[in-house]
Design a protein around this ligand. Sequence first.
Ligand code: SAM
Length: 255
Amino acid sequence: MTAQIPANPASVEDGAAQYVQSLVDHWDELIDWERRKAGEGGFFDALLSGTGARRVLDAAAGTGFHAVTLAEAGYDVTAADGSLAMIEQTARNAAARGVELPTVCADWTELRSHLDGRFDAIVCLGSSFPHLFDAAERATVLREFYEALEPGGVLVLDHRNFDAIRAHRYRSSGNFYYCGGVQVSVAHVDAERCRFRYEFDGEVTHHLEVYPVLADELAGLLRTAGFESVERYGDFRAEFDPHGADFIIQVARKS
Ligand code: SAM
């Protein structure tokens, strides 16, 4: 049996609107950039260089971890996010590391109207895509990503392992993506909503709600959007336990 979602109107906004300034201020504490980098082991750089990508869009930049590390690896990166507070933090983090990259505040549904030209690769990481609750909007956004890619381009989308979470087998090794030792737990999950609770230093508590997309469901949506092939990784490995991985990474290729 699952608990009911507590009544708390301030924390049940959808999408980017959930990223209030006080959560944005704590986001890098949740990540721990050095430990996240170690956990990924250069996965995205190897993947993108393998496709010959040069121009990369981080469509859910957050505080900029992937945009900045990919720019440092030599890619021509544009950072976008639907939250102004988040994208402003990306700009500050990039400047602090001596990285120059364009930052754009843009909702995924109207991405192309904010951007020039097409990209060789789009990344949407850190379990961002599950912020879309509406089925029609999920289809629209995947189509928007598809259209923003060059022929032969690649879309890299990830999500927490909701197959496991919906089976009430949530676990987090703390080794991937969110490595900062912040207490993350599932306050509620059903087929339509998953509510995560984040405890920072036992003092500040935030909640985020997402749509708990299943891995096969997302792969099907990617194919419907037009992608020719979809590969799947668990915690950056091609061979993985489908109920044991913390995060699922899906790589969709445009023909
Ligand atoms: N990629 C970053 C990371 O890994 O740390 C941030 C991940 S955070 C879970 C999700 C991000 O997606 C937030 O920065 C949020 O503002 C953004 N987002 C959610 N819905 C969005 C939408 N409809 N359009 C653009 N950005 C959105």
